[in-house]
Design a protein around this ligand. Sequence first.
Ligand SMILES: C[S@@+](CC[C@H](N)C(=O)[O-])C[C@H]1O[C@@H](n2cnc3c(N)ncnc32)[C@H](O)[C@@H]1O
Length: 270
Amino acid sequence: MDAELVGAQQTLSPVLRAKALDNRLPDPILGDKYAEQAMRRLDPDYDTGRFGTSQMGLVAVVRAKAHDDWARTFLDDHPDAVVLHLGCGLDARVYRVDPPPTVAWYDLDYPSVIKLRQQFLPPREHYTLISSSVTDLSWLDQVPRDRPVLIIAEGLVPYLTESDLRRLLTHAVEAFPTGQIQLDTVAVWAWRTSKWHPTLRKYGTQFHCGFDNPATIADWHPRLTYVDEAPMNDSPLLMTKAPANVRRMYRALNLLPGMKRSTRIIRFRF
Ligand SMILES: C[S@@+](CC[C@H](N)C(=O)[O-])C[C@H]1O[C@@H](n2cnc3c(N)ncnc32)[C@H](O)[C@@H]1O
């Protein structure tokens, strides 16, 4: 792990690792060659050790695929859109989705993460990096506001407080004429117990919000409407593409109360 990443910034690593390992499956879910390259740069030994090539993290790849598919559909309908990919980490979504040149795509994360992106991932046209905390809303001044917006927050929301998330989303709805917001949340129990979560403990961080019914986020602004949810822990994609041991583990985990909906991938429009 790069010494410059601290706290929640380090959580980009297990997600990137899952995407890198997916690319080795005979029939990958994302097939993201950039994930493999960036992960090797971030941690050259990432696939060594007893669980070095375990596909147990594949559910994060399912989440990424759901966000990609929603993004493609929105951009097909709105080729003039502005994309705000918030808490982007080292995710290569802009290369996977490969939007037309009419789309203006912005990837935002903390300055130390953006510095790594500049080293590990190639630049491209109509694509801008923003080095900022998402909660310092002055970054919105860098973005054109007269076009439809697609806001993607994958794996970000649990690291924000509910009041910061509310401020961010209501500001965004006020700032743009129309748009789609796609994000994922954790359940209240997962938030409340996150200080004991082994990975989060290792990185010295924890979740700061959780939702048992994330559709109610739409109540925060009269123009915001809940659209739908994509499956994650019980996703048919996971059950088809994952190796047998991973499928067995998720089938068993999903029998535990609260587990199937411990993370929710949801989308809103305005
Ligand atoms: C679990 S990682 C997800 C990374 C990426 N979205 C992905 O799915 O591969 C969480 C990311 O959110 C970023 N993050 C957390 N809080 C943030 C904040 N206040 N402002 C900007 N980025 C933030 C972290 O730096 C990290 O890159």
